[in-house]
Design a protein around this ligand. Structure first.
Ligand code: MG
Length: 344
């Protein structure tokens, strides 16, 4: 996203991580890699040295450890730079601050009214930043780039920060990041239904499991109504038509095909969109065979095909109390609902 509107992007990486970075950043346009130094200041200088920016160009410096950057953050910084040498997002300190004396251990309260937590990216006119770093004492660590420009007499303004620009440092930060990333997903649902007629045979396939029975199920493929209903539910969740669109019954190549193949195909379409299954719930409707003895094997099989945990797969069974075609034992039906999560 940042690269889209930028003339060039320099990514500063630790020495020895060049190969990992090259592979992770493959395809990013206008990209240059620079090797960082032992301190943040030296890494920043290494990055600046690789830029081909002109003096009046704007340069932004960002901690990659803050992944939830949006174009809105960048636009606010660019607007703020119209009347300043540097701009940085900042949050007013909202927690009470305490100071503990190193020697005595005494605790005191620090007034927080004028205190701000500064984040990145920070934006600068290239010339003002390079001049400021040129004057910065090399032995002194700089904790942020705005501080370097301030010391050099530059005017730095603060733009509204964002708690979502958090810096991922501790394990609990990553838990928070997963929650934030989860909020950027949408849940979609799909519904599927299928029925097949009983015919001559001595086994049926249901939810990928073979069950010995006094009939078979008639169908072009293996007639697994459970997997067919589920495949339609998944296709429905992504608006991709139904199973017949993808595997026409008129096509001889699907004759006697294992229905796991259909479900895997639907799942591959979801995976190609960066999606995953949240949960599926399936009801088999028949008087016989008995489903319960096979339920766990069915759940395990479906979970394996969907690449999800068994807890996310529910398989239930019901009769229709002797009514209708399932009640008369003419056939077997299944209905399924699938919830998936897709990136927004
Ligand atoms: Mg079918």
């Amino acid at each position: 996203m940042l690269a889209a509107g930028a003339k060039e992007v320099v990514v500063v990486i630790p020495k020895g991580d060049e190969e990992t970075a090259t592979s992770a950043l493959a395809g990013l346009p206008r990209l240059t890699l620079a090797t960082g130094g032992p301190s943040r200041t030296q890494s920043t200088l290494a990055g600046l040295a690789r830029l081909s920016a002109r003096p009046d160009d704007i340069v932004m410096i960002h901690d990659a450890a803050r992944p939830f950057l949006t174009t809105g953050h960048i636009q606010r910084l660019l607007s703020a730079l119209e009347d300043a040498d540097g701009a940085a997002p900042a949050l007013a300190v909202s927690d009470t601050l305490k100071r503990r004396d190193k020697t005595t251990g005494a605790i005191s309260t620090v007034p927080r009214e004028q205190l701000w937590q500064v984040q990145t990216p920070q934006a600068f006119r290239f010339r003002r930043l390079t001049e400021a770093y040129g004057a910065w004492p090399s032995e002194e660590p700089a904790t942020d780039d705005a501080g370097v420009v301030e010391r050099h007499g530059g005017k730095v303004v603060l733009t509204p920060g964002d708690p979502r620009l958090l810096k991922l440092t501790y394990p609990e930060d990553f838990e928070m990041a997963e929650i934030l990333a989860g909020q950027a997903r949408q849940t979609r649902v799909g519904l599927g239904f299928d029925a097949h007629r009983f015919g001559v045979g001595d086994e049926v396939w249901l939810c990928g499991v073979k069950i010995v029975h006094d009939h078979g199920l008639i169908g072009h493929s293996d007639a697994d109504v459970g997997l067919h209903a589920l495949t339609d539910a998944l296709l429905g969740a992504i608006g991709e038509g139904d199973i017949g669109d993808h595997f026409p019954p008129t096509d001889p190549q699907w004759k006697n095909a294992p229905s796991a193949l259909f479900l895997r195909h639907a799942m591959s379409l979801i995976a190609a969109r960066g999606g995953r299954v949240a949960n599926v719930d399936l009801t088999l409707i028949c008087e016989a065979p008995k489903i319960k003895p096979h339920r766990q094997a069915m759940r395990a099989k479906v979970a394996e095909i969907l690449g999800t945990r068994v807890e996310n797969v529910s398989i239930k069974a019901t009769t229709t109390e002797g009514m209708g075609y399932t009640g008369r034992g003419e056939g077997l039906a299944a209905q399924a609902v699938a919830a998936i999560e897709l990136p927004v």
